[in-house]
Write a protein that binds this ligand. Structure first.
Ligand code: DP6
Length: 377
């Protein structure tokens, strides 16, 4: 209705008037892919602000594969903030959600839709409530749909809804407070999360190293080794590592800074052998610091180890790396091949060594826009 411009009416106004104005919902939908780190983030120097102990570099996946779609809505009818994940209501009371919401509300600005007769002032945003509905295009139980895509999408869509006039880098610093790796999903292509030096985390942001067209012949295959939920979450795992591992200090201070420079160079020059060597070495060192944690954390299983051996043997046989592997906080293998031809050969080898319906627990492959499921034979 045309009289609904200033919907936050004072209490003295009649109930009728209030009812006639509470009739709109403003909504924004966004889609954000997940990202896979090739130089890993593991360990925080500030738990609350989520500030890392080293820089990290990732590849953002194509949104048609592992991604989150989030719709956010605001209406004067909403009485409190609510969120649904894959159709199931979940609490928004956690500190990480609240930190993101607070940061965004503080930066919200006026929104006006003349046609619909909606006007929301900067002050209105302090009182208005939002509803969030988020879906992953991949079974969440598979342990692959990480919090990275989820928080990046939440922050991006709310920023659009609230007309937050900040650049991507500032938004990445807000998404970082939801989940560290989320800051890298604000960009496509190759992304670096700069650890930063400031205590308030203002310079701990993501930057794009190269866009999605820079090296588009790479093909990523994800071998889903287990759909079981991981026993140790990344958050608690990295906290235990920082508290108990001596190796992590060496990694963060001596190893990663050099690798970051080399990896940036490899990406810039599309130098696949260097890219593969660095990715594999960094994944292996990340799992080594997990093992150096007390009590030790085992993210990979026998099938993961067999996949590593298979790739290592192949790369050694060819004399130059054909495929890179990297494993996050779980047993699933992310395999990056040089081009389509090597991807086809890799898939052939995987299907030979880990055939569908065999007794290995490798149950599906995600390749490009195709998923080969064990059940499909
Ligand atoms: C192994 O970003 O999930 O995937 O910041 O506590 O939410 P929190 O952790 P999270 O950790 C990701 C760890 C990793 C490596 C990486 O993505 O860089």
């Amino acid at each position: 209705p045309s009289n609904s411009r200033h919907f936050l009416q004072s209490k003295s106004e009649s109930r009728m008037a209030e009812e006639s104005v509470k009739k709109w919902v403003l909504m924004v939908t966004a889609q954000t892919p997940t990202n896979i780190a090739v130089i890993k983030y593991w360990g925080k120097r500030d738990e609350k602000l989520i500030l890392p102990i080293n820089d990290s570099i990732s590849v953002t996946l194509d949104p048609s594969h592992l991604c989150t779609t989030t719709s956010v809505a605001v209406s004067p009818d909403f009485t409190h903030d609510r969120m649904w994940l894959n159709g199931k209501e979940m609490s928004l009371s956690g500190g990480r959600y609240q930190n993101c919401l607070r940061e965004l509300r503080a930066r919200a600005s006026e929104v006006e839709d003349e046609e619909k007769g909606i006007k929301i002032t900067k002050k209105d945003w302090e009182k208005l409530h939002v509803h969030v509905a988020s879906y992953n295009n991949f079974p969440t139980a598979a342990g692959l749909a990480s919090s990275a895509a989820g928080f990046a999408c939440l922050v991006f869509s709310l920023a659009k809804l609230m007309n937050v006039k900040e650049d991507q880098s500032k938004l990445s610093a807000i998404a970082r407070q939801g989940s560290g790796s989320a800051c890298r999903s604000l960009y496509g292509g190759f992304v670096k999360w700069i650890m930063g030096k400031e205590e308030d985390g203002s310079d701990s942001v993501a930057v794009q190293l190269a866009d999605e067209n820079h090296w588009d012949d790479l093909v990523i295959i994800i071998a889903v080794v287990s759909s079981r939920q991981k026993e140790t979450s990344s958050t608690s795992g990295m906290l235990e590592t920082v508290e108990t591992s001596m190796l992590i200090q060496h990694r963060a201070k001596e190893v990663v800074p050099k690798r970051i420079i080399q990896m940036e160079e490899a990406i810039k020059n599309r130098d696949f052998p260097s890219f593969a060597r660095l990715s594999c070495a960094d994944s292996n060192q990340f799992h080594a610091v997990c093992l150096d944690t007390s009590p030790p954390i085992f993210y990979m299983n026998d099938t993961s180890h067999r996949i590593i051996s298979c790739v290592e043997k192949w790369n050694r046989f060819e004399g130059t790396p054909q495929v890179a592997y990297t494993f996050d906080a779980g047993p699933n293998a992310v395999l990056i091949s040089h081009n389509r031809k090597t991807a086809a050969l890799l898939l052939q080898r995987l299907l030979f060594h880990f055939p569908p319906n065999s007794d290995t627990d490798l149950n599906s492959y995600v390749i490009g826009d195709k998923t080969i499921l064990k059940d499909a034979g």
